[in-house]
Each structure stands twice: as structure tokens, then as C-alpha cells.
Design a binder for this molecule. Sequence first.
Ligand code: FES
Ligand SMILES: [Fe+2]
Length: 385
Amino acid sequence: MQVEEHRPIRYDEREWRPRPTLAGTDYTSEEVWQEERERIWFGDWVVLGRTEEVASPGDYVVRDLAGESVFITRNEAGELKGFYNVCSHRGTKFLDDEPERGHVRKAFKCPYHAWTFDLSGRLIGTPNVREDELFDRSRYPLFGFAVQEYAGFLFVNLAPEPRPLMEWMNEGAESIAMFERYRLDELRIGVRIVYEVAANWKIVVENYNECLHCPSVHPELVQVVPLFRFGEVWDEETRDDGNWMRDGATSFTMTGESQLPKFPDLLPEDYQMYYGAYQFPNLMINLHPDAVMYYIAYPKGPGHTTVVSEYLFRPETIADPNLFKPEPVVELWDLISKQDWEVCERAQTGVGSRAYRTGVYPRQDRFLYDFNERYRKQMGRPLLG
Ligand code: FES
Ligand SMILES: [Fe+2]
């Protein structure tokens, strides 16, 4: 099938006619879900955490990626390595899901027949199997895949021939590459909240990318970011589509203030701004003058998404108990998050109705349409234009 080039929708797009949403079945069908797994979750780059989670050789993190258990580790040379959580002997899953972070000294050992693999995935130990059986260990490494780091995030790509990370990263209307001045690679996780949301991952993404719901769902948020009262997500006048916080506000909190030290060396206007960006398919990032909060969505089937919400701060802030007062930022975001998940779950119920075929996007929802076009492209479907 011929797929034309997907032209990202620009924030200055003036012409708009109402466009259709995805179909109800795109959010509920097992068949669509299986195709998404192959084409989106296992077919291109996705984010799977932070490099600080695998800071030293032998550190590892186990993640469920759309139903595939995988892990990422760091070898003695300091390189990031990604593997399916599957033994090459007879397929046994060898690391547990919990705790999802751990450390091995030199090797991973399968709990079944105790075969061991080094930090680069090479098979190095096969108790009771002798070399004189003509058994060539080098032929049975772990099943690996590509891992790369950008801005402190771990990106993985399970495709046999992954395309360059930056080509993928710059494909959409927004990219975390726009925010180098926040020095995301230096920031560290200070707070982590995990939400279980009974909604399709695309409903979570679509909800993130529109603000028509803000006045009715987020009364506290629209106090902090006045533009959101009008259902807009993009301030078309500002750099990188930032949104001004209300007059005098310097932190994303109910009071507009916090005791957290500000990030150094931002642009002067950044200290009064909120920026949000979406990186297809599963990273939603929010940048503030003193904190960064992102969601990583982990789909668990058509009707369920685990959303990990992590808050980043300067390491020197986290290290100092007198400075590290994240509560006001966390309080506001946690409130907004729960408000969002509730409407996402309502939306999931409704799109599953036999009455629902597709809905409609007015202009304020244009970024959702952009997401849907990117989705169609990734799924090998014709674009609607
Ligand atoms: S299945 Fe892993 S050692 Fe046998
Ligand atoms: Fe929301």
C-alpha cells in the first residue's frame, strides 16, 4: 500500500474542517491490538525508562512492553544492552517482574537449568553440558534488541533493522529534542507514581493532547495556566508553543510558588512557562521551571494502560533535604492525573458501545488528528489527509 508522507500539523494551521476520530473498534478490538503490538510497540522506537535505572554495569530493569517481558542492562564497557526475558536454552523467563530493578555481579543465571549469560548476553555457563558434545555456546546468546539513550531516556527498538533514533524522534510535530536547555540528561527521578488506567493507550494519549476538557475537568489547572480555559493547548505566539502560567506564578503548583530551586540557565521566559510535548508513541513530558514530570504509557491490552508518572529534579536538589520539597508540584499533577484517568475510563466505556462508530475533531483537537495520522502511517493504513 502506498502511504504518502505524513505532514505534521502545525500549530499555526488556520484552515480546519472537522475531521473524524479513530473508529470505536480501534480502542477495543483484540485484532487491532495485536497489529499495534507488531507495528508500533515491536516495530519502531519506544521509551522504556531512564538511564539512571541502569547506572552501573550489572544493573538491570525488567519491563513489560506490550506483553513481552524484556530487560535492559549495562555491560562492563558501560554499553546499554536490551534482551528479551527468555532463556536461549528452552525459553524460560528468567528474571521476575518484581522487583523490576536489580543488580547482578557478572552474569544472569536462568533459574531452570542454571545456564548463565554475561552482561552482553553471551552464553558463558552450561552446567553438565560438555564441550566434547560439540556444543558451541557462542551460537546461543540471549535474544537482543537495540537500546539507545537520549536526554537520559532509554529508548528501545525491537525491530530487526531499527531506523536511526533521531529520524524517528523528529518525525512528529513536537519532540523532546526541542528542550535541550533543560539538560534532561542530568536530571534524576525524585518521585514516582504508577497509575492503572482502564482505558486504551490511545485514549490516554489523546486526552493528553487536548484541552477542550480542561475547563470542565481541571478547575485547578486552568487557574495556573489561563490559556487552558479556552480549550487551547498551544499558545501560537510563544516559542516552542509554551504556555504562560498566570501572572506571578513561577512553579506549577496551586499557589504558583514552590521552594524548589529553579533550573539554571533557562531562557528568561521559561521561568513563567509550562511546556508539554508528546513523543510518539508513549512519552508525554511536562517541563516546568523547577521540575519535569513525564508519563510513560505501557499498554496492557486494548482496554488497559499502566501509566508511570515520574518527576525529575536537579540531582543536587534531591540530595539536599532542605531543598527537596516536591510535594506542591506532585500534589497538583497527581490531582490532574486522577481527573484525567477518570474521564479516560469513561471514554473507553463509551467508545465500546455498539452505537459508536467514530466521533469528530473540531479545530482545538487538531493535534489528536495529527496523532491519528501518525498512527495510521505506523499501522500501514492510508492517511486521511
Ligand atoms: S531453560 Fe534456561 S537453563 Fe534451561
Ligand atoms: Fe487533562
